[in-house]
Design a protein around this ligand. Structure first.
Ligand code: PRT
Ligand code: ZN
Length: 285
């Protein structure tokens, strides 16, 4: 029987969010995290717990069929695995940074510098595109303190909040790539495994859509309904149900999260208080 083998990161930064997504997809794993592999209950899917550095290559080579990995790791490994969905967690950027003492005006200031990084391939591609000739020194850890250890005059590493950089003194100067976790897949799947993958991707889509939408209910006097309807860009028009109090209705709709707070403020101005916002678990389309 066909089985979809999905790699996720073993007990590191992306692990909890990957397991949460799998669970929100309604997939229950046997002994999640306890072993190297965990089969799913009632679904032909098996999760393998791997290092983020290894998963992109294993996915490209077909050792696993799919993997949840940082796009940065996939790009650095030069993996042929296709990005099927960006998953919205593990967001970070790969940036170059220089010591405060170095006078920096533009990317050209990196010319002839020795740059320490764990992402030599991605950095080299970026510098080449921007016609910068620097020498790249590959190191595997302590990247942000590399210049102070004499391991380079500048460095290039992942940045999330920027707190690590602030703590060590260097200044972030160029974004090399934006990254986040992605579902990547091997393209050479048999028909059955592809069908399992498509089912899994539909579940992920339902979860991702739900994450971007909220359910809103509010009570409004009937005369203000046209104005509320004008303000609410729902999936369809909001539904209105009469309240026990005559002349009033309860309105229900689904809204996207873009400009969510702006919308709530405009609604508040139109109908006053009593707007209720509820999370949506899944949106199936
Ligand atoms: O054992 P394994 O090899 O699997 O794990 P790892 O230690 O190599 O990877 P891990 O868990 O650190 O990162 C896994 C993935 O998380 C990365 O490939 C990115 O896609 C993503 N990610 C998101 C990050 C960060 N944010 C992040 N901030 N990876 C690393 N960092 C580090 C960064 O290297 C730097 O040291 O956090 C520090 C900077 O963080 P801020 O918030 O201070 O800017
Ligand atoms: Zn790693």
């Amino acid at each position: 029987m066909s089985l979809l083998r999905l790699a996720i990161q073993k007990s590191e930064r992306l692990t909890d969010s990957s397991l949460a997504l799998i669970s929100e997809c309604g997939i229950e794993l046997e002994q999640a995290g306890a072993k190297l592999r965990a089969p799913a209950f009632k679904l032909p899917l098996e999760v393998l717990f791997l290092r983020d550095d290894d998963a992109p290559g294993y996915c490209a080579d077909g050792v696993v069929d799919a993997a949840i990995v940082g796009k940065n790791a996939r790009q650095e490994r030069g993996s042929d695995a296709t990005v099927i969905r960006e998953l919205g967690f593990g967001r970070c950027r790969l940036s170059s940074a220089v010591p405060k003492s170095l006078s920096y005006s533009s990317v050209g200031s990196l010319n002839a510098l020795n740059i320490a990084t764990s992402y030599p391939r991605v950095l080299a591609d970026c510098l080449e595109r921007r016609c910068v000739r620097a020498s790249i020194h590959e190191i595997s850890g302590l990247v942000e303190v590399a210049p102070s250890l004499g391991l380079g005059e500048a460095f290039c590493d992942l940045v999330r909040s920027g707190g690590t950089l602030l703590g060590n003194g260097p200044v972030e100067v160029e974004t090399v790539m934006q990254s986040q976790a992605a579902l990547t897949c091997n393209q050479a799947l048999c028909k059955e495994s592809r069908a399992i993958r498509e089912g899994f991707v539909s579940r992920i889509d339902a979860v991702l859509r739900a994450g971007k939408t909220k359910y809103i209910t509010l009570n409004a006097p009937n005369e203000s309904i046209p104005e509320v309807v004008r303000l609410l860009p729902g999936l369809k028009s909001p539904s209105a149900r009469p309240l026990a109090t005559s002349g009033w209705s309860s309105l229900h709709t689904v809204v996207g999260e873009d400009d969510f707070w702006g919308l709530i403020e405009r609604l508040g101005a139109a109908v006053g208080k009593g707007i209720r916002v509820l999370p949506i678990e899944k949106v199936i389309q």
